[in-house]
Design a protein around this ligand. Structure first.
Ligand code: PLP
Length: 383
């Protein structure tokens, strides 16, 4: 099977698996890192702190808070931050192409009495800073806009958006899940207050993520859970040492090998796009000049992507994000961009990664274009 769904998840790098194993079995460093009354507990705590520094270093930070993934990190940032700020104001701004873990958290805020403005991106997938400027109000307390989109790879001008929002007194959060590991991400350059990311998109394990919170942010987000006081009381629960250590190893590898990998991925992505475009009557969704390497959203005129996927053999890819596959209206991201119907219905998301080869790209493109031709046969295309 040719795996072209790295934006949904990545396999754990074998070096990550080895690092995790050292923290699992009876001979390993399995102790509870909060059990600092004994040496094994203290060793586990040290391993967690070393891992924290390594994970934070990948985004140019000193510290992060560990969570169960980016869904939780986004919920803690959006719900927790808005609730902590509710006495200052009740207006929140986000973008219609965000991941459901941000959009649905905003819907929950709406039910709690907040007012949420959901801004539309342009046709290329970008949110114009001007739109945000117009939406900001004196009672805006929080703005959440992602860095790279999970369906198109399009990178937002987060630095400009954050500057605007913070200049007007709002806290700024960004979901950087698809950016970390695919492009340089430095919290200092972005100028944000909170940033979420997750291990399983960068060859780490599923079930662990991180929320970075700017030093001195006041107030801090309100915790979503209550318990043993871990993670400064913001995210209680026994720390999963093996997941955290695996996350850190994934971040170490991404820091060391990332830049070389990005160039290779950019080349493979361009090759895949060219091969697919040879089918004729195609369009790339999302501004290619703004996209991270490795995420390609390609629409085929006269083809229903879900039908294509049901017939496609030997290639694992998607018609949208894995978390809302099956939505009959098609991708909310592409619809938010205001694209023509055929570019929504006929869109495939192909995402490449560390183990993708040029041969796989050629083979996948050949299978997809042959199937597209079969599905179009005998029909007059009007796009
Ligand atoms: N945000 C984006 C942009 C994503 O692509 C994903 C992954 O599905 C998430 C958030 C959720 O991350 P997790 O699977 O770690 O909860």
């Amino acid at each position: 099977m040719i795996y072209l769904d790295y934006a949904a998840t990545t396999p754990a790098d074998p070096r990550v698996v080895r690092a995790m194993q050292a923290h699992l079995g009876p001979d390993g460093l399995f102790a509870n890192p909060s059990a600092t009354s004994h040496a094994p507990g203290r060793q586990a705590a040290e391993a967690v702190e070393r891992a924290r520094a390594r994970v934070a270093a990948l985004i140019g930070a000193r510290e992060v808070l560990f969570t169960s993934g980016a869904t939780e990190a986004n919920n803690l940032a959006v719900l927790g931050m808005a609730r902590a700020l509710r006495r200052r104001g009740r207006h929140v701004v986000t973008c219609a192409s965000e991941h459901p873990s941000v959009l649905d958290a905003c819907r929950a805020l709406d039910r709690e009495g907040f007012e949420v403005t959901v801004l539309a991106p342009d046709e290329g997938g970008r949110l114009a800073p001007e739109r945000l400027r117009e939406a900001l109000r004196p009672d805006t307390v929080l703005v959440s806009v992602m860095l790279a989109n999970n369906e198109t790879g399009v990178v937002q001008d987060v630095a400009a958006l954050a500057e605007l929002a913070r200049g007007r007194g709002a806290v700024f959060h960004t979901d950087a899940v698809q950016a970390v590991g695919r492009m340089p991400v430095r919290v200092g350059d972005l100028g944000v207050d909170l940033l979420s990311f997750t291990a399983h998109k960068l060859y780490g394990p599923k079930g662990v993520g991180a929320l970075w919170i700017r030093d001195g942010l006041d107030p801090l987000p309100e915790p979503l859970m209550h318990g043993g006081g871990q993670e400064r009381g913001l995210r209680p629960g026994t720390l999963p040492t093996h997941q955290i250590v695996g996350f850190a190893e994934a971040c170490r590898i991404a820091a060391e090998e990332g830049p070389a990998e990005w160039a290779r991925l950019a080349e493979l992505t361009a090759r895949l796009e060219a091969r697919l475009a040879a089918a004729g009557m195609t369009a790339r969704n999302g501004d290619p000049a703004r996209a991270v390497p490795g995420i390609l959203n390609m629409a085929f005129c006269g083809v229903d992507a879900d039908v294509l996927l049901s017939l496609l053999e030997g290639v694992a890819c998607a018609s949208g994000a894995a978390c809302h596959a099956g939505d009959v209206r098609g991708s909310h991201v592409l619809r938010a961009m205001g694209l023509a119907q055929w570019r929504v219905r006929g869109a495939l998301r192909l995402s490449l990664g560390r183990y993708t080869t040029a041969e796989e790209v050629e083979e996948a493109a050949a299978r997809i274009t042959a199937l597209v031709a079969r599905l179009r046969a005998g029909r007059r295309l009007a796009c």
